[in-house]
Design a protein around this ligand. Structure first.
Ligand code: ZN
Length: 322
């Protein structure tokens, strides 16, 4: 059942976080919904512009309609991840999304405010929620000066002003994570002091952690043992840090890289061990099972197991019947 993103966020705030999974294939959609059903956890399904271009928006929407029928108990919202103004407008007009993210974080502050405000006005007129971003999501290096590190992180006073002026419903904050497999160097982790300051300025306001994949060492080792050449120093967000982040206002954790690493490991190992095989359905079945187990385990780490029952009421009006 589809739900309003904002209602899922409000139900979760301070208690657990919603796993927001980037998926772009039939196997990933099956795995995601199967894992969410096992965990009885509410989830957010995310499509980026790149994924929409890869699969075609209509194909992704059709996959979700299928998943909704096959896994009727799953509580989910559909979110357009990292949109620009044009893709947000298109996603909202399609009637298939419960929320959009406008990412204007690369623009100067005043322009980010103006761009985000325009999207918020369009979204709220349709009853949809908007996630915005302030700060730069890039890896912090050990050798960077303290000033350089500080400049990347979200400024708490700016965050408060940004939310007030834009009316956005949730905010992606830069507290040390980046996208991809190489998030941290050395002993870097989440900047909890910064996160606490943001929460103090924005009490009760849902904050979003991008680049939330763990990038487990064991996955990277298995990929490389099966012929991959990933940098063995790749690392992500330690799962042990997530409960503290949730208590500090992180309500949605975006996860894309980990699902891709599992895909790569399953397929590399399968074809290495069975070099005479060429049927993609065998490793595909394994991937669905492994991705489902990963989703269920991640929902447990986020404290979301069993929370589907308490989630807000479903929405149907936003979904066109075409
Ligand atoms: Zn992101």
């Amino acid at each position: 059942m589809r739900h309003a993103t904002i209602e899922l966020l409000q139900a979760a705030y301070g208690r657990y976080a919603l796993g927001a999974f980037n998926v772009s294939s039939m196997e990933q959609v099956h795995g995601l919904f199967r894992g969410a059903a096992q965990a009885r956890a509410p989830i957010i399904v995310q499509f980026t512009r790149v994924m929409r271009n890869y699969a075609h928006p209509r194909m992704l929407e059709a996959l979700l309609r299928g998943a909704e029928e096959i896994y009727p108990a799953v509580v989910f919202a559909v979110h357009h991840d990292h949109g620009d103004e044009a893709s947000c407008a298109e996603a909202m007009a399609s009637g298939h999304y419960n929320s959009v993210m406008i990412d204007a974080s690369h623009q100067p502050f005043a322009e980010n405010v103006a761009t985000t405000r325009r999207v918020v006005e369009q979204a709220h007129a349709r009853g949809l929620a908007v996630e915005a971003e302030l700060g730069l999501l890039q890896g912090i290096e050990d050798e960077m000066s303290v000033d350089a590190q500080e400049a990347i992180l979200t400024d708490p006073a700016q965050a408060e002003e940004f939310v007030r002026r834009t009316g956005c419903d949730s905010l992606a904050v830069a507290i040390g994570t980046s996208h991809g497999a190489y998030k941290f160097s050395g002993q870097q982790g989440l900047h909890f002091d910064r996160l606490a300051e943001i929460q103090t300025r924005l009490p009760g306001f849902p904050l979003v952690l991008h680049g939330g994949s763990a990038v487990p060492v064991r996955e990277v080792e298995r990929i490389n043992a099966a012929g991959g050449q990933l940098d063995p120093s790749a690392c992500g967000v330690a799962e042990s840090e997530l409960p503290r982040a949730i208590a500090s206002g992180i309500t949605k954790v975006n996860i894309g890289t980990d699902g891709r690493l599992i895909w790569t490991r399953v397929h590399r190992e399968f074809f290495q061990q069975s070099p005479r095989e060429f049927d993609f359905m065998q490793p595909g079945k394994t991937y669905v099972e492994e991705f489902a187990a990963f989703v269920a385990a991640k929902c447990a780490t986020l404290g979301a197991v069993g929370k589907a029952a308490g989630a807000a009421s479903p929405v149907a009006a936003e979904v066109k019947s075409d």
